[in-house]
Design a protein around this ligand. Structure first.
Ligand code: KG4
Ligand code: ZN
Length: 376
């Protein structure tokens, strides 16, 4: 079955064709990074406008690169949340129109579940077992959560960030360091020449200290670290010293990575699971890859790290997950609304909020109502 996937939840306009849930026939991503760079972050209005402009061309290219004609598409899959409301709506509307025009089924996909599935697209690595538990660390610009996955569609959230997402911590840190946007790749790059032990930034004990009655919480917190960096730079300005800048960036990165890895280590012990998936844009960070690889070796655990092609936002993971039988299907898909705050591993509730994600620094969010998450 050839599924045409569409992904417009944030600032990447993406389309892909995946056969039978795992064979990627095309994977086209139009990155809007250059358009948002002058503003130091993603501007929702610019993102949605450019999705509208570029999605038709990206879709045509995905079908062309797959060597197919439109009528050979068997189903259309689309991300319906979480993400920016105005961006999600562009992809969702296009997907509905396309499915109706082609007389093919529409499948609504949860972006976070798609990130977890992204490691199944790697040709060389065997996919994690469809049944059987593994841990999944999803680390992106908008989300940081640690899941227990007992098979596709069976997610239990073990921990999440209480404030900034890990990618947001990278982006805000880079801004303070004058490294531009997006901050993750910039900090990753300059850190290679720096000493990660040069500055001892604080590691939040959010996960270790909090108790939910029975078990230790596996939550993360990154906002204190960002504040520590701000005060450090105020008291000891970097000036034009590139090597000091590299040391500070490497030390800041080390603190983020240490907190993530500590959370995973606690989850491995608590859940007695020796299998780990790391996905989402931040999984491309070289230090996180080194440290999770080391952790997996010490625990005798199996590890799946999403590759550059599938780590960041892309539509192959959306088409793949749909091809694997997941997602909202049937008439329910055609009446789906964009769900900006769609969760993963929650009780069947998700909140619809109006506004922008705080990481963009352009406004808060206003709680409107609570709706039932569609069954799937
Ligand atoms: O998954 P993604 O592409 O989009 C979202 O769903 O948000 O993640 C984007 C985030 C950004 O915050 C970016 O700075 C971060 O991933 N990122 C990195 C690296 N590459 C991207 N963070 C650290 N190191 C990297 N190499
Ligand atoms: Zn993402």
């Amino acid at each position: 079955m050839n599924v045409l996937g569409i992904e417009t939840s944030c600032d990447e306009t993406a389309a892909a064709v995946v056969a039978d849930g795992c064979r990627v026939r095309s994977n086209v991503v139009f990155s809007q990074v250059a358009l948002h760079q002058p503003y130091g972050g993603i501007v929702p209005e610019i993102a949605s406008r450019n999705h509208t402009l570029h999605l038709p061309g990206v879709l045509t290219e995905a079908v062309r690169q797959a060597g197919m004609a439109w009528h050979q598409v068997d189903a259309v899959a689309v991300t319906y949340g979480p993400g920016l409301a105005s961006s999600l709506l562009v992809g969702l509307s296009a997907a509905k129109a396309l499915a109706l025009r082609l007389h093919k089924p529409l499948i609504g996909i949860n972006h976070l579940e798609a990130h977890v599935y992204s490691v199944c697209l790697e040709a060389e690595t065997p996919a994690p077992p469809a049944a059987g538990a593994f841990l999944a660390l999803i680390v992106s610009g908008g989300h940081t959560c640690l899941m227990r996955v007992d098979g596709l569609g069976q997610y239990r959230r073990l921990g999440q960030t209480r404030d900034d997402a890990a990618g947001e911590a990278f982006d805000k840190g880079a801004q303070l360091l004058g490294l531009g946007y997006p901050g993750g790749p910039a900090i990753d790059q300059i850190s290679r020449a720096g000493n990660p032990q040069a500055v001892r930034f604080p590691r939040s004990r959010a996960g270790a200290a909090a108790h939910d009655g029975r078990a230790t919480s596996l939550d993360f917190s990154f906002s204190g670290l960002k504040t520590a960096l701000r005060y450090y730079l105020k008291s000891q300005p970097v000036g034009t010293d590139r090597s000091r800048l590299a040391d500070i960036a490497a030390s800041y990165q080390e603190a983020i990575v240490d907190m993530l890895v500590a959370g995973v280590a606690r989850a491995m012990q608590r859940e007695r699971i020796a299998a780990l998936v790391v996905a989402g844009g931040v999984c491309l960070n070289h230090r996180l890859r080194e440290k999770t690889t080391d952790l997996a070796r010490r625990h005798g655990a199996r590890l799946w790290l999403a590759s550059p092609a599938y780590g960041g936002d892309n539509a192959a993971m959306v088409a793949g997950l749909a091809g694997a039988g997941q997602g909202v299907r049937g008439d329910a898909a055609l009446t789906l609304d964009a769900c900006p705050n769609l969760g993963i591993g929650d009780a069947k509730k998700s909140e619809i909020r109006l506004g922008f994600r705080s990481r963009f620094g352009v406004g808060g969010s206003t709680k409107l109502e609570t709706i039932s998450k569609p069954e799937y």
